[in-house]
Design a protein around this ligand. Structure first.
Ligand SMILES: C[S@@+](CC[C@H](N)C(=O)[O-])C[C@H]1O[C@@H](n2cnc3c(N)ncnc32)[C@H](O)[C@@H]1O
Length: 263
């Protein structure tokens, strides 16, 4: 077709699971073995632990160690800014600029690059919108493919041996920040990610919690039962673990003990 720009650059966005090397799927392993260059954005203690797990995955699953790493610092986000969305937008802009130059400068024609995404790329991860934005803005051209991974939400459910909902019920997936605005009406099951503060003041009384930190890793902690009885304990575990490791990553399901009646 006239004017069509052809490329032989390929980018994999590979979901690597949320913490356990055994979460890596066969599809991910097949993709990992095609990659020439891995792009890593590094930041702080948490990120260096996560970067180490990414490297372990490559060492364990890639047969020919001829691949290379390109590590760049992750642009810091201003988490003190209460205007959360604008901050995310400017952070994504900075990330887009970094990804664009990585693909333009570090990936040769005919090569495969990869971003290893924690958990699954569909859940609270900016990689896919950023790649779409780069393609829309040009001039960098590449193909990309997405490999799903086991998310923290799935790991949480498996480790607690529960389904995320009871028969026919809705599930809402949200952030700690949004939950602090109020527990959603007409939903019996709420999965919460990205919760720095665990502000559960607005949560009704009749709630069970299924909480998991560092899921899939050797530091994993699981707690489940009545929220009212467990909240203080969970807060204390969070403080202690955060002090010990320097960071915490946790996810939880809140479930109404008595389901809402259908209207
Ligand atoms: C930016 S989101 C990314 C989610 C990821 N894409 C996924 O599929 O799980 C990061 C949040 O995921 C949750 N999370 C990720 N890995 C986790 C783990 N191993 N244990 C507990 N929570 C985890 C935490 O709520 C954390 O704040």
């Amino acid at each position: 077709m006239a004017g069509e720009i052809r490329t032989t650059k390929k980018v994999f966005v590979i979901g690597i699971g949320a913490g356990n090397l055994d979460y890596v799927t066969i599809q991910a392993i097949n993709a990992l073995n095609r990659v020439d260059v891995f792009f890593i954005l590094d930041k702080g203690q948490q990120k260096s632990d996560l970067a180490r797990i990414r490297k372990e995955i490559c060492e364990r699953f890639i047969e020919d160690p001829a691949y290379r790493w390109v590590e760049v610092p992750d642009p810091a986000r201003d988490t003190s800014d209460p205007a959360y969305m604008p901050d995310v937008a400017s952070w994504r802009e900075k990330r887009a600029a970094i990804y664009r130059s990585l693909i333009a400068d570090e990936l040769k024609e005919g090569e495969c690059g990869a971003f290893l995404v924690w958990g699954d790329p569909s859940l609270y991860d900016g990689t896919l919108p950023i790649l779409e934005r780069i393609l829309a803005e040009g001039p960098v051209v590449f193909e990309y493919e997405v490999i799903p991974g086991i998310s923290s939400m799935q790991a949480l459910a498996a480790r607690h041996r529960i389904a995320l909902n009871r028969i026919g019920e809705a599930i809402q997936i949200t952030t700690g920040r949004r939950l602090a605005e109020g527990f959603p009406n007409n939903v019996d099951n709420v999965v919460v990610l990205l919760d720095a503060d665990m502000d559960l003041q607005s949560v009704p009384d009749d709630i069970d919690i299924y909480w998991g930190a560092y899921l899939g890793t050797e530091d994993e902690v699981l707690v489940s039962g009545k929220l009212k009885e467990l909240l203080t304990d969970i807060e204390q575990i969070r403080r202690a673990k955060r002090a010990e490791k320097g960071w915490i990553m946790d996810t939880y399901l809140l479930r109404r003990t008595t389901p809402d009646e259908e209207p």
